[in-house]
Design a protein. Structure first.
Length: 182
């Protein structure tokens, strides 16, 4: 006999929906939602270095140029809650180091979507043959991301004073992070 759950409020409804979220490689049909989520983070101006928004053409090219892209999706509805991009951090003798960026839809933040994305990205980095994952510019005030990275075994390399210019023109410190994958 199935138990019925009574769900109170929007937040509880979201939590139930997000329990079914899977991380999977992106599909071309995901691009409009991916572009919207990416642009939401860019527009906030407090985490990504990008200033230009993606449109359907630039978004398609941007995501196609990555080594790997994945989305956090609800299989029953196709709704995308977040994504990541994975690519080399450098070339040649440093080509074994990868870099990644993560974006979670604002309405899904705080529901551990980021943890699922980062964990999958670590596994995918290993599958792609990378030996180290490095994040060059984690904004110091992005405490949730920093806590998550440290929880998942990343080490902070130091602080770059005033290395990030926020949307409001103020400068924030950045904290590079890395983790061995092998």
């Amino acid at each position: 006999m199935k138990k019925e759950m009574r769900i109170e409020g929007r937040e509880e409804m979201q939590k139930v929906k997000l329990m079914e979220v899977i991380i999977r490689p992106y599909k071309e049909k995901d691009l409009p939602q991916m572009i919207n989520i990416w642009n939401e983070v860019v527009e906030e101006g407090i985490a990504f270095p990008q200033e230009e928004l993606l449109d359907s053409q630039t978004g398609k090219g941007f995501f196609a140029s990555q080594t790997h892209n994945a989305v956090a999706a609800a299989p029953s509805t196709g709704e995308i809650y977040g994504l990541y991009i994975l690519h080399p951090n450098n070339i040649g003798r440093c080509g074994h180091i990868c870099n990644a960026s993560f974006a979670v839809k604002s309405s899904a933040r705080g529901l551990h979507i980021g943890e699922k994305l980062v964990s999958d990205c670590i596994a995918q980095g290993k599958r792609q043959g990378f030996q180290i994952m490095q994040f060059n510019a984690v904004v110091a005030t992005n405490l949730h991301a920093r806590h998550l990275y440290e929880h998942l075994g990343f080490n902070q390399l130091g602080i770059i004073s005033k290395g990030f210019r926020k949307k409001d023109g103020q400068y924030e410190d950045i904290c590079p992070y890395y983790r061995r994958l092998t």
